[in-house]
Design a protein around this ligand. Structure first.
Ligand SMILES: Nc1nc2c(ncn2[C@@H]2O[C@H](COP(=O)(O)OP(=O)(O)O)[C@@H](O)[C@H]2O)c(=O)[nH]1
Ligand SMILES: [Mg+2]
Length: 227
């Protein structure tokens, strides 16, 4: 009896989260804003990836929400580059949820079409379980994490719409087995695009930006919608 009740409550929370996520996604999509949920373990280069993609966004305005347990280091860093960045601190929670994003979106002025990048809390487990209003789930993985991560943390790789494999400049110093990594990815997510990039050299990010730009262009924007 006890267990049955617990499950009911959990499903209720997920339903409410998903409803709010759907609302955020539709609302921003109609205004020409593509929402990208960026996920990955701590230190894989999520912030570095954002900075590099943003350099290649032609005619699309970048908006950023940073999710961290504590601190606003990444937000201050992005703001110093003139990027419209906003901080959410979860104070313990290992992922962002849709109500947090819904609330923050009310405080952002979306005055131009563009891309809202949401850097989720650094974690390869929890963020994969929650939709937060995204059109695209972008997973950042790195050669420094080791080639077995798709096998050990399958959900994040299974749910990704695109995977950015970062730090390829370090391959000569590591034992990263790309074939093993890619076999793991393909078993979970046969068609997902994997972009090999380096935040140090800048290599590969123009292609990621191009892919996202096409996604943004495919949004069904309601031209005469006023708020
Ligand atoms: N060698 C190398 N270092 C990188 C690369 N990308 C990021 N880094 C470094 O990795 C560290 C973590 O990067 P950051 O973007 O803050 O990761 P986040 O925690 O996922 O946001 C920083 O010291 C970056 O300079 C890369 O492609 N190659
Ligand atoms: Mg970061």
């Amino acid at each position: 009896m006890h267990d049955v009740k617990k499950i009911d409550i959990m499903e209720g929370i997920l339903d409410e989260n998903d409803q709010i996520a759907e609302h955020v996604k539709e609302h921003l999509g109609q205004h020409g804003i593509l929402v990208v949920n960026e996920m990955g373990a701590p230190g894989v280069g999520k912030t570095t990836t954002l900075k590099n993609i943003i350099k290649h966004l032609d005619g699309l305005k970048p908006y950023v929400i940073e999710g961290d347990i504590e601190s606003d280091i990444d937000t201050v860093d992005l703001q110093s580059l003139g990027i419209d960045a906003h901080q959410i601190n979860t104070f313990g929670a290992c992922h962002l949820d849709a109500p947090m994003i819904d609330h923050m979106v009310d405080h952002i002025t979306f005055n131009q079409p563009g891309i809202l990048f949401i850097e989720n809390v650094g974690n390869l487990v929890c963020p994969a379980e929650f939709s937060i209003g995204e059109h695209v789930k972008m997973l950042v993985s790195t050669v420094t994490e080791g080639s077995d991560k798709p096998y050990k943390y399958p959900l994040a790789f299974e749910k990704a719409d695109l995977i950015v494999l970062n730090k390829i400049d370090l391959i000569p110093y590591l034992d990263f087995d790309e074939d093993f990594f890619m076999r793991g990815v393909r078993a979970l997510n046969p068609d997902v695009l994997v972009f090999k990039v380096s935040g140090t050299t800048g290599q590969g990010f123009a292609e990621v930006a191009e892919w996202l730009t096409k996604k943004a262009a495919a949004l069904e924007v309601h031209e005469h919608h006023h708020h």
